[in-house]
Design a protein around this ligand. Sequence first.
Ligand SMILES: Cc1ncc(COP(=O)(O)O)c(C=O)c1O
Length: 256
Amino acid sequence: MQDDFYRIKRLPPYVIAEVNAMRAAARARGDDIIDLGMGNPDLPPPPHVIAKLAEVAAKPDAHGYSASKGIAGLRRAQSAYYDRRFGVDLDPETEVVVTLGSKEGLANLAQAITAPGDVVLAPNPSYPIHTFGFIIAGATIRSVPTTPDEKYFEALERAVRFTVPRPSVLVMGYPSNPTAEVADLAFYERVVAFAKKHNIWVLSDLAYSEIYFDGVPTPSILQVPGAKDVAIEFTSMSKTYSMAGWRIGFAVGNKT
Ligand SMILES: Cc1ncc(COP(=O)(O)O)c(C=O)c1O
């Protein structure tokens, strides 16, 4: 019987699981450990969210299968959020999908758009799924820096000149995990121009959209005019509403 499965062979060690195991071993030894591993919320979800969950859970007819792209009210709410927060217009019917968290959204999109041997540009260091989703899907990763500066664009230019086949996807995430770097709109404008010039899809992970300091909110790549032609952006209820275990996120942008 064949047990040499293509995707499982490509599955890299999951750093968070390894850190959890190290933590458990240290605690078992009696060491006093502060866990800075998984990005778990340290606050509860807002009371109105809990109240709504309790109300809906009590309804006998609320437990059927959902729509695969997410219920209409939730997609409309996400579209309204992008309008309010970023001034970005999204059609809730065709440009918003509810995902089982942004991690699963990214991984599922990676499966959908990657052929074995495709080259994907991803930051190093990165949040694991930015590379793992594509590695499992059969891609080769070419690393680019996380720093949203000149060095970054030089690395992108080198990547398109010297990589065969040409890169098909560029993954990025600001505010960055693990570096905490942030990007401004001018950076995203250059990214969109680069992606259009070289026919590259851009996947932007905006999981930390609502975590910022000094009163300056993070922009969305979709604020760049025409970004929707090349970009998809992921957001999450996990961080914003401390709902990490609920598994609700969104993919928005290009409808293809
Ligand atoms: C950059 C980044 N993206 C996505 C996620 C996961 O979000 P979700 O719970 O929506 O899958 C995390 C969680 O730590 C993260 O740091």
